[in-house]
Structures are given as structure tokens and as C-alpha cells.
Design a protein around this ligand. Structure first.
Ligand code: DQA
Length: 143
């Protein structure tokens, strides 16, 4: 069965309790369920992973090069996650980068993403709904 990779970086496992005024009250389990429901339209399943360390995230990417596409919220690794960037450079399918918050409206150090130039698209500032939009974008993008 075809699968979408849903990858979340550091500090995203505590969504719902993490600065909810910025990131909202949805938990990562809520987000995974919503993405699963969206891509099930095409009969795809979801392989979901969240890790605090860049190395573990890279391992997940390398083990899942056969997925049809990926949704990636790298958290703060957007800023300097060069190794994750290189792993995604070898990822053969499209990926969408998602940020719950509008990083452009926040501190200047959040204004750069080393992953974004490789992404098929980037969704920021729409909260948990952004993941569903990313899932829909993959449905649109992947034949
Ligand atoms: C984030 C934005 C990042 O700047 C931050 O480090 C995060 C979450 C977001 O989803 O808005 O961990 O990726």
C-alpha cells in the first residue's frame, strides 16, 4: 500500500501543551489522524514519526524513500538542519514543508529555511489545518 511520510521535528511531540497561543491546542495525534483521513481518499496510509534529534529524523527519511510524498515540519531545524536538508535532497518524491505558526511574523531567526528550496511548497501560519492542506497538495501533485 502506498504511504505518505509525516515527519515532525523537535518539540512538536508536545503540541497541544506547547505554547498553545502560538501553536494551537491540536495534538500531534490529532494532526496524524486528520492527515490519515485526508490521504485515505486515495487509499494511502501514513507513516508518522516525530523525533527530537536530527539524526533520528534522517534515519526515518532514509528508511522511507519509497513513500509517495512527505509532509515535513522540521521545527527549529528549518534554520540550520543541513544534514536533514541533505537527506531530503535524496528523497525521490515531493515533500511539503509545514509550519503551524507564521514564521515570517515572528523572530528574524525563523525567517530562513534550509529545506524550503527543496520543497514542492511551503505552508505557514495556518495552524494544524496546514497539515491537511499539505496532504491535499500531495493528493493533487502525486499521480
Ligand atoms: C515551527 C516554527 C519553528 O520556528 C519552531 O522552531 C517550531 C515550530 C512551526 O510549526 O510553527 O518548532 O516549525
Amino acid at each position: 500500500m502506498s504511504a505518505v511520510l509525516l515527519l515532525n521535528g523537535p518539540n512538536l511531540g508536545i503540541l497541544g501543551r506547547r505554547e498553545p497561543e502560538i501553536y494551537g491546542f491540536d495534538t500531534l495525534a490529532d494532526i496524524e489522524a486528520a492527515v490519515t483521513a485526508t490521504v485515505s481518499e486515495r487509499g494511502w496510509k501514513v507513516i508518522a514519526a516525530q523525533h527530537e534529534s536530527e539524526g533520528e529524523l534522517i534515519g526515518v527519511v532514509q528508511r522511507n524513500y519509497d513513500t509517495v510524498g512527505a509532509i515535513v515540519n522540521p521545527g527549529a531545524l528549518m534554520i540550520a538542519g543541513w544534514s536533514l536538508r541533505d537527506a531530503l535532497a535524496s528523497y525521490p518524491s515531493p515533500f511539503i514543508e509545514v509550519h503551524l505558526s507564521n514564521v515570517w511574523a515572528r523572530e528574524a531567526f525563523r525567517h530562513e529555511s534550509v529545506l524550503a528550496p527543496l520543497a514542492s511548497g511551503v505552508i505557514v501560519g495556518l495552524g494544524a489545518f496546514g497539515y491537511q492542506l499539505a496532504a491535499r497538495a500531495l493528493l493533487h501533485r502525486v499521480p
